[in-house]
Design a binder for this molecule. Structure first.
Ligand code: AMP
Length: 297
């Protein structure tokens, strides 16, 4: 695996690989580093499906608000190298902020509508930063496929929409969430949790399991399901709910408040959570699909 810090260097490496491997495909996994098994699963998937996998590690200042954790975001470049290489990456791109933003960017990619709710509402400007940096990275790497985790489901929806709207020639591949043994979604931010917060953080997973069970109950409505999620999170005394909602997937619209079993078969929903423990904000979600009656669909 080669580590590259400049845009020109990365482009030269990829162009060289493409020359030597006619018809070979390039997969890309963008990350903010402090890599864990969730990231590794994306890298392994890309390595399985492509001849060359490019991983980027870049903590993008543009997607952090003024009072967020940009400065204290965990960093460990040595570990990132080890994890990337072991998972099958061929190139690791680790640019500095000055390399990515030699001067303040005058151009932003703004994805509207989908970003009005959830993390877009709680973190103003966050998705403009994500859209802008992912656009830059896709233009730098020009991969055939790019791999994103469904743990950040709104991000997947936003990126898919951006790629469709702006005709990026790339396939976006959503990947399953990797979890700790107790169900907590793996996240670089989990290291911020103290032992008691870590113990209580399983409430996110438990609330999503509860949402899945309740969703299947006859007559269950979106409003009752949302209320049950809020109530369940209150069982963890250190948890402070930022949002807990059920929305349509992938449009992220509030569903009509009629029972789920009266909605068209094949309708898809997502239960989404953001919960704070002290200064640490954790997110998770679960896709909910109405089972079609046997023999139909
Ligand atoms: P991040 O470094 O947090 O920006 O994440 C980089 C990529 O890894 C994003 O596409 C995330 O959705 C994905 N990712 C993060 N955590 C997980 C996880 N637990 N399981 C699967 N993918 C993940």
């Amino acid at each position: 695996m080669r580590v590259v810090e400049t845009i020109a260097g990365l482009r030269a490496e990829i162009a060289g690989w493409r020359r030597e491997n006619p018809g070979g495909t390039v997969g890309f996994v963008p990350t903010m580093g402090y890599l864990h098994e969730g990231h590794a699963s994306l890298i392994r998937r890309s390595a399985k499906e492509n001849g060359l996998t490019v991983v980027s590690v870049f903590v993008n200042p543009l997607q952090f608000g003024p009072n967020e954790d940009f400065d204290r975001y965990p960093r460990d470049p040595e570990r990132d190298r080890r994890v990337s290489e072991a998972a099958g990456a061929g190139l690791l791109f680790m640019p500095s902020v000055a390399e990515m933003y030699p001067r303040p960017t005058a151009t932003r990619v703004v994805i509207s509508g989908l970003t009005d709710r959830l993390c877009g509402a709680s973190r103003p400007g966050h998705f403009d930063g994500v859209g802008t940096v992912v656009s830059k990275l896709l233009h730098i790497v020009m991969p055939d496929s790019a791999y994103f985790g469904l743990k950040d489901a709104q991000q997947v929806a936003v990126i898919e929409r951006m790629v469709e709207d702006l005709n990026f020639p790339v396939r976006i591949v959503p990947c399953e969430t990797v979890r700790e043994p107790d169900g907590l979604a793996m996240s670089s931010r989990n290291v911020y949790l103290n032992p008691e917060e870590r113990r209580q953080a399983v409430i996110l997973y438990e609330t999503l399991k509860l949402a899945e069970d309740k969703f299947a109950e006859p007559g269950m409505t979106p409003a009752r399901l949302k209320a049950a999620m809020h109530e369940h999170i209150r069982r963890a005394p250190l948890a402070e709910t930022d949002y807990a909602e059920v929305l349509t997937w992938p449009d992220l619209e509030p569903p009509a408040d009629i029972p789920f079993d009266q909605m068209p078969p094949g309708s898809r929903f997502i239960a989404v959570l953001a919960v704070k423990f002290g200064r640490t904000r954790l997110i998770d979600n679960r896709l909910l699909a109405r089972r079609s009656p046997a023999g139909k669909e």
